[in-house]
Design a protein around this ligand. Structure first.
Ligand SMILES: NC(=O)c1ccc[n+]([C@@H]2O[C@H](COP(=O)([O-])OP(=O)(O)OC[C@H]3O[C@@H](n4cnc5c(N)ncnc54)[C@H](OP(=O)(O)O)[C@@H]3O)[C@@H](O)[C@H]2O)c1
Length: 224
């Protein structure tokens, strides 16, 4: 019998991460999720809940270790935790900019660093949640800068692990209806978090020897 696949998701208490956790649990996978707000994390059913900050090296390392200790293996990591300051960087509090750069760029790199030894053992997969903003430019958009960095991190990581049998997938969503938008739903067409969860689950479910690298998912009709 195949062992149950095990997935660690950063930022699994809301939006895309939560939808993915639910989807993988429904598929029979073992799932661990991180997040800073313990009360929100406590409401995620059927998972190993690991309070922690994706920008903190020790916290990320501990989350990987706790997942392997609980489930005996690690097959997939999904670097999902992230946010946008929205608006031009010239008009944004520098501390918020720092938090965003650390969360969106350093966070995924720390997860890859911490998880790689365990993923080499399972010949597992890494998914990075980027963005359409990581392929396009916009005036003064620092969030876009961080997601361009995630686009680069995905390919740089793929090149790093070519000899390890580890897959690397960048999932780049267009606009998704989540708490990412602090002022409520933006105008225009939106995806659901479940749509992106389905795309991630598809990438994770590829047969051995198949590595899906870049998937851009927009709602039909998104203009940019
Ligand atoms: N929604 C969109 O339109 C859209 C489009 C393209 C890409 N994305 C990307 O999709 C990813 C998920 O966003 P979402 O739309 O699902 O937003 P969301 O509903 O706000 O969820 C963000 C999740 O990340 C967690 N998080 C944030 N900072 C963290 C940190 N430092 N350490 C650990 N967890 C952290 C949050 O929990 P805590 O706050 O409790 O830590 C929450 O669980 C992000 O990388 C975002 O950039 C979103």
């Amino acid at each position: 019998m195949c062992p149950v696949k095990t997935t660690l998701i950063t930022g699994g208490s809301s939006g895309i991460g939560l939808a993915l956790a639910r989807r993988l649990v429904a598929d029979g996978q073992a799932v661990a999720v991180t997040g800073r707000d313990e009360s929100r994390l406590a409401q995620v059913p059927g998972v190993l809940r690991l309070p922690g900050d994706a920008t903190d090296h020790d916290s990320v390392r501990d989350a990987v270790e706790a997942t392997v200790k609980e489930y005996g293996r690690l097959d997939h990591v999904v670097a999902n935790a992230g946010f946008s300051t929205h608006g031009p960087f010239t008009e944004t509090d520098p501390d918020r900019l720092r938090d965003m750069v650390l969360t969106n760029v350093l966070g995924p790199a720390l997860l890859v660093k911490a998880a790689l030894p365990a993923l080499r053992e399972t010949r597992g997969r890494i998914v990075l949640i980027g963005s359409v903003a990581g392929f396009r430019h916009a005036p003064g958009n620092m969030y876009s800068v961080t997601k361009w960095a995630v686009t680069a991190l995905a390919e740089n990581t793929r090149l790093l692990v070519t000899g390890d049998g580890v897959g690397v997938t960048l999932i780049a969503p267009g606009r998704v209806d989540t708490a990412f938008w602090p002022d409520g739903r933006p105008d225009g067409p939106l995806l659901t978090a479940g749509n992106i969860a389905d795309a991630v689950a598809w990438a994770l479910a590829q047969p051995e020897g198949v590595d899906v690298n870049t998937v851009v998912v927009r709602p039909t009709g998104q203009p940019a």
